[in-house]
Every structure is written in C-alpha cells, then in structure tokens.
Design a protein around this ligand. Structure first.
Ligand SMILES: O=c1ccn([C@@H]2O[C@H](COP(=O)(O)O)[C@@H](O)[C@H]2O)c(=O)[nH]1
Length: 273
C-alpha cells in the first residue's frame, strides 16, 4: 500500500485525522527516565504504543533526534512503528530541499535509511529539487505552503503575479507536480483563512496541518476551512500538547487521553460541518 492509500485507510477505518508529532525533548521527560541511556527511544516508543490506534500518521521531526545524536533511535523507532503498528504511515518531518544531486541523497535518507512513508520538503528551490521525490509514486511528498509560524507571512504572503506566493505554490503543486497523486501541502492551523484559500485552490489534495495545541490553533476553524469535500483531507498534527500532557510516570496514558480528546473534538466538528 502506498502512502496515500495508507493515509486514506486510516482516515476511513480508524476514523481519525490526528497526526501524532514526535519531538522528543529529554528536559521534559519524566524524572524516572533520567537514568535510561536509551531514553529518547523508550519515551517515543511508549507514546507510539499508547496512541497508534488513534493516529492517522506519526510525524517524527528529524532535528529533535539529530540534535541529540539520536538518529539511531529514530531509525529504530520507525522500524518499531512499521513492525508493531503496520498501516499507520510515518511522515519524516525534515523540510529538505536542495539541488538535484543532493536531493537524490535526501531521497535515500528519507526512504532507505529511515524507511519513512512520506517526507516534508521545502519547494523554494523549484521543481528539479523535488523531482527525485515526486518520482517515488509510492511515497508521500509533503510541501511547505503556508507555515504555522508568525514569520511565515514574511515571504509566503508576498504578492506574486497578483496573488500571494503561498497560493501560487499551492496552485503549481496541485496542477503540475502531482502527476503521481503523491503530493500534499503543509498549511498551518494558526492561519485558518489562508488554510481555506489553499483548500479552495487544491480541491481534495491532503493537507498536513501543524499548529494545534501548543501553538494555539483553533480546531473548529481548521475543520471549517480545511476539510475536503468528504469531511476529511487533513492530517492535523500535534506534538508537545500530546507528548508532554503529563511530566509524571503516567505520561503515556496522559498522551493517549490528549490524543483521544483531540480526535473526538475533530470528529465532533466534522459531524457539525
Ligand atoms: O509550518 C509548520 C511546519 C512544521 N511544523 C512542525 O510541526 C510540529 C509542531 O509542534 P507542536 O508542538 O504541535 O507545536 C513541530 O515539529 C514543527 O517543526 C510546524 O510547527 N509548523
């Protein structure tokens, strides 16, 4: 099953649009894990095992592992997800983008080294920087469009041929880059009006939506503006609000409760839409 098929299966069969973000920060781990030399893996595995049935995808952020010299933990974590929770796709949040020869190596990094099902990419270097990823019809190619951070508007909202640049990005990717049907876009929950603009441009293209939880995005506005014609089409991502729902030894149970609450809130909004 390719990434898009796996994602749609999770949306339909597990009835969830929640993407669980994996951004390990040892300073926020429970004190009891302090002595564990493999704490990054142990913490993330516990979160994964507690939330897998509630997730449409997992999204490990590569910098949170690399900064800790924990790339090996990330490899083992993704292998654990595939083995223990088959069918839940893994999005490697790496935001890569470079000239073609280097892009080829990033393809190997994402899909061979880490065995991810999809990867986030920065489209700013243009089509040739993304082509090696687009050629992998089995994998998801998730491109930054309108990011969730306050400074996202600095360039993304600049006028470009009479429209904001992020709308040009959405239009070009949906129209010209998606020949294999493997593209999706990153559009932040913190700017719901722009999210709605993107949805109107791209039809049913899937959207990865960070910014719920710690960044304060509004779930109801995300569903109103971002849902596709089938009331789905979204990977609504939350990391810190799930991972650090408790700083105690009950962290995994608390993460499950937070994920379930988010899924239920989303599904309530879907039925009201
Ligand atoms: O526009 C973007 C693109 C990516 N992210 C990433 O998502 C998570 C958000 O974490 P929270 O704790 O849920 O705020 C993080 O890994 C970012 O690198 C984003 O926030 N915005």
């Amino acid at each position: 099953m390719n990434f898009m098929q796996a994602l749609r299966t999770r949306w339909n069969d597990a009835d969830t649009l929640v993407c669980v973000g994996l951004d390990p920060d040892p300073a926020r781990f429970p004190a009891a894990m302090g002595d564990d030399p493999d704490a990054v893996f142990a913490f993330c595995r516990a979160i994964v095992d507690a939330t897998a049935d509630l997730a449409c995808a997992f999204k490990p952020q590569i910098a949170h592992f690399a900064a800790l010299r924990a790339e090996d933990a990330l490899e083992r974590l993704i292998a654990h997800i595939h083995e223990t929770h088959p069918g839940v796709p893994v999005i490697l949040d790496a935001k890569r983008g470079d000239i073609g020869s280097t892009a080829q190596r990033y393809v190997v990094e994402a899909f061979e080294r880490y065995d991810a099902d999809a990867v986030t990419l920065n489209p700013y270097l243009g089509r040739d920087s993304i082509q090696p990823f687009l050629d992998r019809a089995d994998k998801g190619v998730i491109l930054l469009c309108r990011t969730s951070n306050p400074g996202g508007a600095d360039f993304q909202n600049l006028g470009c041929g009479g429209r904001p640049l992020y709308q040009r990005v959405a239009e070009t990717i949906a129209r010209d880059w998606n020949a294999h049907g493997n593209c999706a876009l990153v559009t932040g929950a913190t700017f719901p009006e722009e999210l709605g603009q993107v949805r109107r441009i791209v039809g049913d293209l899937p959207l990865l939506v960070p910014g719920i939880g710690a960044q304060g995005g509004d779930v109801e506005a995300v569903l109103r503006e971002g849902a596709d014609a089938h009331g789905a089409g979204l990977m609504i991502s939350s990391s810190r609000a799930i991972l650090y729902a408790s700083s105690g030894e009950d962290f995994a149970a608390a993460a499950r409760t937070a994920t379930q609450a988010l899924r239920d809130q989303i599904n309530t909004c879907r039925t009201q839409a």
